[in-house]
Design a binder for this molecule. Structure first.
Ligand SMILES: Nc1ncnc2c1ncn2[C@@H]1O[C@H](COP(=O)(O)OP(=O)(O)OP(=O)(O)O)[C@@H](O)[C@H]1O
Ligand SMILES: [Mg+2]
Length: 228
């Protein structure tokens, strides 16, 4: 039997109760361990909202979200939520969310600050290894403000990997890239997936969807699995 690690049932999200900005209603979604999920759909349909909820950065307005079959995320304490955010998920944000005046190495090491299981020395060794894998080792001490778009994207991925997450949430990680860098990032995500990490990828790009084993479409008021 497949191991269902994420399950949303009848999820509703409304921003601003007064103005009633409804993003989605009755959304159901599940993820199996080691899936490579693709989510696509037009701008403004709620893709980022959904993956922020999955990554415990935001909450459903109503409905349920279970992690690992029986953990009701509504009942998680703030401490446990923070733990999962730090240790279960790796995030690659739509705008990368790197700190411009920190160096590449400082940016990659940010998530390790809250991870008591890794020593500073091990984290630095690991970060340097990631930089080598991504071919940007010579940029280690460069501030992010001086990097190209493709280099920033690699730093963002390295940062998402530093705590060895089980699930990577990537919000349009290739949107700003040329064809070659796009392929590089997607091939990298595929390799990470093959090493046992579950990937949830939001994309506008039809070509990226061939990397996914399951594909979901987010329309206005409709979210469904597309049979590939
Ligand atoms: N904090 C917020 N308060 C109010 N409305 C919000 C908030 N965040 C998002 N929205 C609205 O929710 C809707 C969905 O936004 P979201 O960012 O999830 O879309 P998206 O599918 O990721 O779009 P894109 O492809 O442009 O990134 C939009 O109408 C947006 O304006
Ligand atoms: Mg978005």
């Amino acid at each position: 039997m497949k191991n269902e690690i994420i399950k949303i049932e009848n999820g509703n999200k409304i921003f601003n109760k007064k103005r009633n900005i409804k993003v989605f209603e009755n959304l159901s979604f599940n993820v199996y361990a080691n899936d490579f999920i693709g989510i696509y759909g037009d701008s403004g349909n709620g893709k980022t909202t959904l993956i922020n909820i999955i990554g415990l950065l935001d909450n459903l307005s109503t409905g349920s979200y279970y992690l690992f079959n029986d953990i009701d995320t509504k009942k998680l304490s703030d401490f446990n939520k923070a733990y999962y955010r730090n240790r279960l998920f790796g995030y690659i944000f739509q705008e990368y969310s790197l700190i411009e005046d920190y160096t590449v190495l400082e940016n990659i090491l940010l998530p390790t600050k809250y991870n008591k299981n890794s020593s500073k020395k091990d984290s630095i060794i690991n970060a340097k290894k990631l930089l080598c894998n991504f071919g940007i080792e010579e940029k280690e001490n460069e501030v992010v403000a001086n990097l190209s778009g493709g280099q920033r994207q690699r730093v963002a991925i390295a940062r998402a990997l530093i705590n060895h997450p089980k699930i990577i949430i990537a919000d349009e990680p290739t949107s700003a890239l040329d064809k070659e860098n796009k392929k590089y990032v997607l091939d990298t995500l595929k390799l990470i997936n093959e090493s046992g990490v579950t990937i949830i990828l939001v994309t506008h790009d039809e070509a990226s969807t061939i990397y996914c084993n399951r594909l979901f479409k987010m329309e206005k008021n409709n979210f469904y699995e597309v049979i590939k």
